[in-house]
Ligand binder design. Structure first.
Ligand code: AMP
Length: 218
């Protein structure tokens, strides 16, 4: 059966790290809207320039732009057995768009659709954000305090110099939390009402959360 897994949770709740692991474990593509948008910014495409003007303020990128990127991505051949969506949908409007995309791509396809919500206390999140570093080459995520690389500033996996995301400053992070609570948190109830929501306790170490996640997707 086709498996579609949607991940919800506040900024820095740990879903990026876990969904990358899960994608390898389930052999499904990992579709991360934030990374797709940052790739457009790096290439300085018109879409990237537009996205940057929102991302740098901690706001959501316009719904049409993200919907187009996701719609094209999930139609691709590697998504035929399913996919992992990390960072989409982020508003009720986007959740409704995803339903329309699914009606189009899943005609006569039996699908196991689940939304997994990473539940974690808000006070631990800001500290996770400002200490977060990531590898621009392979995407591995570190935390300089709790999950540092072996050599300072260098990716364990591929030896590339780690970077801090431009929107991981305290000021922009606070705005991202506001955006999350206003626009994304209501999506949790949207999926609860459709009986597809699983809530995951996202406190604790990467390994502890991973064990819980494997249970949630069984
Ligand atoms: P993330 O890497 O998931 O933390 O996303 C970084 C930023 O990209 C967000 O703060 C938004 O500005 C933008 N973004 C990511 N996903 C979406 C989405 N589904 N809708 C609109 N904007 C998004």
């Amino acid at each position: 059966m086709k498996q579609e897994l949607i991940f919800l949770g506040p900024p820095a709740c740990g879903k990026g790290t876990q969904t990358e692991k899960l994608a390898k474990y389930l052999n499904l593509p990992h579709i991360d809207t934030g990374s797709l948008l940052r790739a457009e910014i790096k290439k300085q495409t018109p879409e990237g320039k537009l996205a940057d003007s929102y991302i740098s303020k901690g706001q959501l990128v316009p719904v049409d732009l993200v919907g187009k990127i996701i719609g094209l991505r999930v139609e691709q051949e590697d998504c035929k057995n399913g996919f992992i969506l990390d960072g989409y949908p982020r508003s009720i409007e986007q959740a409704e768009i995803l339903e329309k995309i699914n009606q189009k791509i899943n005609k006569n396809v039996e699908t196991d659709f689940r939304a997994i919500y990473f539940d974690v206390d808000k006070d631990v999140l800001l500290s996770r954000i400002v200490n977060r570093r990531s590898c621009p080459k392979c995407g591995t995520i570190y935390n300089v305090k709790y999950h540092p690389p072996k050599a300072d500033g260098i990716c364990d996996e591929c030896g590339t110099a780690l970077v801090q995301r431009a929107d991981d400053t305290e000021e922009i992070a606070k705005k991202r939390f506001e955006t999350y609570f206003e626009q994304t948190a209501p999506v949790i109830d949207f999926y609860k009402s459709r009986n597809v929501l699983r809530t995951l306790d996202a406190h604790g170490s990467i390994d502890e959360v991973w064990e819980r996640l494997k249970e949630a997707v069984k």
